[in-house]
Unconditional design. Structure first.
Length: 274
């Protein structure tokens, strides 16, 4: 796994030299835009509308629009004026309970691994967080942007870092129209809670698969092999009574739970027989 970033974790007066690695990867299916007439990929060029010509990479500068239509150019040497310890350090600010952080604040995940000289300090920090039941809130600069982040134990031996949004980057949920005047019947609440309980289970990430991606790959394969694409009939959207829908959902959940028990029981009997 290739390291994306090298630096250190600042933990009181302790410095933990680390490498940062991408913890996740998107499995998106990407499409190219083609000219429908001849099937050629469309070409994109960077053109200056004032000069009316294509601009080469070495002619392109980084600019910040401080007023409408007015820009200031920021050179690499300007960014170099920021102290190196700010750009190469994960500065721990506080230790907090993970349950106090709403998941809306989480952005990207990165594995943190120790440099050879930082093995002991890395393990010590991880052990201290685990035993205290706390995670670290820190600040880190990645790609010319300072992000809030949290560090927490991951697996048996590792530390993972999630970059986070600042409070001003989280939109105001009050803008979404939800009526506080809707009245719920006691039985509706009771049955909804029963349904949630019936569908509750232990989280096992390996059981969840990207069905849409699989179906899309099947379509691509069929198109490549010249097969006919079968289009399923659209589902009928029926307006149903809320209580009836809850009852039907509960019955279905109970039926599925019973079927799983029976399958599990059969497997257990087969193992004993062997």
């Amino acid at each position: 796994m290739r390291a994306l970033w090298r630096g250190s974790i600042s933990f009181g007066l302790v410095n933990v030299p680390i490498k940062m690695y991408a913890a996740t990867e998107k499995k998106n299916i990407s499409f190219r835009q083609l000219h429908r007439e001849c099937g050629t990929p469309i070409k994109y060029e960077k053109v200056c509308p004032t000069c009316g010509r294509k601009v080469e990479e070495d002619e392109i500068a980084r600019g910040y629009e401080y007023e409408k239509g007015k820009f200031v150019i920021i050179e690499d040497k300007d960014l170099e004026s920021i102290p190196d310890e700010t750009t190469r350090t994960i500065d721990i600010v506080d230790f907090v309970d993970l349950r106090d952080i709403d998941p809306i604040y989480f952005d990207h995940s990165y594995f943190l691994g120790p440099e050879e000289t930082g093995q002991k300090a890395y393990i010590l920090l991880r052990k201290a967080m685990e035993e205290a039941g706390k995670i670290a809130v820190a600040k880190v600069v990645i790609r010319a942007k300072q992000s809030l982040a949290c560090l927490r134990p991951y697996g048996e031996n590792y530390i993972i870092m999630e970059t986070m949004y600042y409070p001003e980057e989280v939109r105001d949920v009050g803008e979404i129209p939800v009526s506080p005047d809707v009245k719920l019947h006691e039985n509706e609440v009771k049955m909804a809670v029963q349904l949630v309980s019936s569908l509750s289970t232990e989280f096992k990430p390996e059981k969840y698969t990207d069905d849409y991606r699989k179906a899309l790959l099947d379509i691509i394969r069929a198109k490549v092999e010249g097969e006919e694409i079968r289009i399923p009939a659209p589902r009928e959207e029926k307006v149903v009574d809320l209580m009836e829908a809850l009852k039907a959902s509960l019955a279905l959940a109970e039926k599925e739970k019973q079927e799983k028990k029976e399958v599990k029981g059969k497997r257990g009997r087969k193992k004993k027989a062997v």
